[in-house]
Write a protein that binds this ligand. Structure first.
Ligand code: B12
Ligand code: SF4
Ligand code: SF4
Length: 392
């Protein structure tokens, strides 16, 4: 293929991306991502990955893009911007409306849907021109941010986000791995963070104490997705966050600038139930009232550990303990119901929530009718023995 034909194909790709609503496109080669491989190996060795698999499961595979498509010559990397959290509906700071859980901004938009559709359009262009092409997005086979950085879409910030001067960091990323030899994008962007540490200081749990290195054991975005008991030491810090955390992005100065190229339209996040959602937030009482089937129908598109709805209830109870109104009859009813749950995990977190809200009598009442009698893993017993910081 001649250089001219190459350029023409790239123009077709850029056109397809732009008409599909993608905000940035870059191209890199298919050499292994050595720095990302080192970062994964080091984090695993230090236990900073907290048992996550994703790209950590098989690091050699996730950092060797040539393995995704036989004969691959180029990676087309794309970004789609989404709307930042609306401070009026979702604060993500532990201070939102009573009984309301914050949902991260990327969930409240359809950014991944738009991005995936755009990547497929690019694949079609490449296939029409006789090339093989595979789209990968948020996939265990590729470390997306390393690809985006090398394709010149931005630099890796101290919060580990791919950050660009034009788009900020409210973006999702995806790639097309193809056998076409395409012209490479410009230079890799240099570190724009400089001496700034705003994200590191803003992180409510100190998960970014080392610049550019995320300790997943402390990251709230991971802890709401992790299986097991929610670590007691981070429950108060969770505040109102029901799903995801945006704090290390909201404080970033590169997210302040008006973004001329933003095309994303906010998509109302909906449960299809009156009063249950308010933009990027979800009523936790309403959530706890739902049946397991309804919960999965409404939130099944979230990452829920082992696909078990009790984990949604676990997170909702921690949020309820932090932001619920202790005097509300609806809160009381939900605490009662959760204390008598057949799931020890749910009952244990209900003990914490009730005591945090100063409703110890509900726990005593539940114990008198059997709370903790069936507790094979000692989850309820551990909660009963644990001191609980009262809501101020
Ligand atoms: C596992 C994972 C998580 C984990 C761990 C994240 C992490 N930082 O490791 C958890 C659950 C915590 C998480 C949270 C979030 N995630 Co996530 N996640 C992933 C996933 C699946 C893999 C990430 C990965 O491979 N990490 C391995 C490490 C080694 O790589 P890295 O995080 O990119 O880190 C780089 C830097 O740390 C840098 N580095 C290393 N040392 C140093 C030192 C210095 C000084 C510097 C500056 C940099 C630096 O090199 C590393 C490799 O390139 C990707 C999708 C994918 N397939 O890639 C999405 C992805 C990274 N997540 C994404 C998003 C949107 C989020 C959240 C914003 C969601 C939310 N609101 O809750 C948060 C942000 C938290 C944060 N600050 O990272 C986007 C990020 C888009 C962007 N613009 O950067 C991705 C790319 C998904 C996508 N396809 O769009 N995520
Ligand atoms: S997502 Fe939240 S908890 Fe995780 S590093 Fe960023 S600010 Fe900290
Ligand atoms: S807040 Fe500052 S240090 Fe953190 S990513 Fe943004 S510019 Fe970099």
């Amino acid at each position: 293929m001649t250089a001219g034909a190459n350029r023409l194909l790239l123009e077709q790709i850029q056109h397809a991306a732009a008409s599909a609503g993608l905000d940035a496109v870059g191209v890199t080669d298919t050499a292994p991502f050595a720095q990302a491989r080192r970062a994964i190996d080091e984090r695993k060795a230090a236990g900073l990955h907290a048992g996550m698999w994703f790209t950590y499961g098989r690091p050699e595979r996730s950092t060797t893009p040539a393995g995704i498509q036989a004969g691959a010559r180029s990676i087309v990397v794309c970004a789609r911007r989404y709307e930042p959290p609306d401070p009026h509906t979702s604060e993500g700071s532990g201070t939102a409306h009573s009984g309301s859980g914050a949902v991260a901004a990327y969930v409240a938009s359809d950014a991944y849907g738009v991005l995936r559709a755009g990547l497929e359009r690019i694949c079609e262009v490449l296939r029409r021109n006789g090339y093989d092409a595979v789209a990968v997005c948020d996939d265990n086979r590729l470390v997306d941010r390393a690809a985006a950085a090398r394709a010149g879409l931005g630099w890796l910030g101290h919060n580990t986000m791919l950050l660009s001067r034009e788009l900020g960091s409210w973006t999702v990323l995806g790639s097309v791995v193809t056998t076409a030899e395409l012209p490479r994008s410009g230079e890799v962007q240099t570190d724009g963070c400089g001496t700034c540490r705003r994200c590191q200081t803003a992180c409510p749990t100190g998960a970014l104490d080392t610049a550019g290195v995320l300790d997943a054991n402390r990251c709230l975005a991971w802890l709401v997705q992790a299986p097991g008991v929610f670590p007691p030491e981070y429950r108060v810090a969770l505040g109102d966050r029901l799903y995801g955390c945006d704090d290390c992005q909201t404080v970033c100065p590169f997210n302040d600038a008006p973004v001329a190229s933003a095309r994303s339209q906010p998509v109302e996040f909906g449960l299809g139930r009156d009063g249950a959602t308010r933009g990027g937030s979800v009523g936790v009482v309403e959530l706890l009232q739902m049946t397991d089937d309804d919960l999965m129908a409404a939130f099944g598109h979230w990452y829920i550990p082992r696909r078990r709805p009790e984990y949604l209830r676990r997170n909702a109870l921690v949020v309820l303990g932090n932001v619920g109104d202790p005097g509300s009859p609806a809160v009381e009813e939900m605490l009662r119901m959760s204390l008598s749950s057949g799931s020890d995990l749910v009952a244990a977190h209900a003990v914490w929530a009730a005591r945090r809200l100063g409703r110890d009598e509900l726990v005593a009442e539940a114990r008198s009718v059997g709370l903790g009698n069936h507790d094979p893993d000692g989850l309820v017993a551990a909660e009963l023995a644990r001191p609980v910081p009262r809501k101020g």
